[in-house]
Design a protein around this ligand. Structure first.
Ligand code: THU
Length: 136
């Protein structure tokens, strides 16, 4: 469960991160704010490339920043776009690797919450780490 203050803070951090999006091709700026269980917030913005498929989404930037600094558990992520767009399939899968219970707050750039769910809600019937355990 997210407190109102935490939800608000994550949305504000994601709104701020959105300004750093490098999105000259789509002009679709995305900001993300990922809260680790250690209490730190990692920001992300989408980074596009002239070779379009190399583009990296804001959510995965935030996850990779956090994981590459030793984080493994996350309680929530806020994602901000102009229209309250939902995280893509690849980002859902990357988030699922680190927990299906992570809360996902989807907001628009005015800070209006469009949807609040979990990774499991966005990616039901997922394939994950438990599938690769020898004795499930
Ligand atoms: N994008 C994200 O950053 N996150 C998503 O979950 C959906 C899409 C970015 C990728 C690209 O830079 C732009 O939005 C348009 O697809």
């Amino acid at each position: 469960m997210l407190t109102d203050d935490t939800r608000q803070e994550l949305i504000e951090v994601a709104r701020n991160a959105q300004q750093w999006a490098y999105a000259p091709y789509s002009n679709y700026a995305v900001g993300a704010a990922l809260l680790s269980n250690s209490g730190r917030i990692y920001e992300g913005a989408n980074v596009e490339n002239a070779v379009y498929p190399v583009t990296m989404c804001a959510e995965r930037v935030a996850v990779f920043k956090a994981v590459s600094e030793g984080e493994r558990e996350f309680s929530a992520i806020a994602v901000v776009t102009r229209d309250g767009g939902s995280p893509c399939g690849s980002c859902r899968q990357v988030l699922a690797e680190f927990g299906l219970d992570t809360i996902v707050v989807i907001a628009d750039e005015e800070g209006q919450v469009c949807q609040e769910t979990t990774v499991a809600g966005l990616l039901p019937h997922s394939f994950g780490p438990s599938n690769l355990k020898e004795t499930p």
